[in-house]
Design a protein around this ligand. Structure first.
Ligand SMILES: [Zn+2]
Length: 236
């Protein structure tokens, strides 16, 4: 029995409450990643590319209307920094598929069972499920995802989500410091787009949600190294 059966999921995703089957699948993926990282990466690729295709062809049951999530948007006074913890080159379509599964499906299964999944964020007549406002590519290009008036499900804290923008580095920085070009791109973006945000209100994801190490163990300073947060703040 394979861990992921596309034939089962093809039918499942058409059901209004498909998302209730997702938490058990995520648990399987989690167990797999502790058992064998390479096998888990392969499984994730299989699942997320499948969901991306089903989204593109309109074969996932989603709401045409739903909660007005962005009605809770507050003035932006906070920035949250992330990394994707994936190889560089993430496409917006793939990110949408990943976060539909990782963020929206479990939230609907837990808190909104019976409703159709709805993000309140439309692009070309399709819902998108991006958590971030900006992706910083490895060459320093800043790519816009969510608009500033849209709330990203990103920090693990709804009140923070409502008042913040999320900037994510398109790379895995669990064990490495971002290149100077990437740090200066983030600094420039903050300087030009969000001059109203004070340096005290710039956080790494892990400072909001201690359950994650995002954007890396090297982000904050410790007794034996200067974290890249300090470098970033100096550049702004
Ligand atoms: Zn994060």
């Amino acid at each position: 029995m394979p861990l992921f059966d596309p034939a089962f999921w093809k039918n499942k995703l058409r059901e209004p409450r498909w998302y209730e089957a997702v938490p058990p699948l995520l648990a399987v993926m989690e167990i797999e990643s502790r058992r064998d990282r390479a096998a888990a990466a392969k499984l994730k690729e299989e699942i997320y590319s499948f969901v991306e295709q089903q989204l593109a062809s309109g074969e996932v049951a989603l709401g045409q209307t739903g909660k007005a999530w962005d009605a809770a948007r507050a003035p932006i006074d906070t920035i949250v920094i992330h990394h994707t913890s994936l190889p560089p080159g993430l496409t917006p379509a793939r990110l949408s598929a990943i976060e539909l599964m990782r963020l929206y499906a479990p939230a609907y299964a837990k808190n909104y069972a019976g409703e159709l999944v709805y993000s309140d964020h439309w692009r070309e007549e399709k819902l998108v499920f991006w958590p971030y406002h900006w992706l910083i590519r490895t060459d320093g290009t800043a790519e816009r995802l969510l608009l500033d008036q849209e709330v990203g499900w990103q920090a693990g804290d709804w009140a923070i989500n409502c008042r913040s923008v999320a900037i994510a580095i398109d790379d895995d920085h669990e064990a490495s410091v971002p290149a100077p070009a990437v740090l200066s791109a983030i600094a420039k973006l903050i300087r030009e787009q969000y001059p109203q945000v004070s340096k005290e209100r710039i956080f790494g994801h892990r400072e909001i949600n201690p359950k994650t190490s995002c954007p890396s163990d090297l982000f904050l300073s410790s007794f034996d190294h200067q974290g890249w947060k300090e470098k970033l703040l100096e550049m702004i």
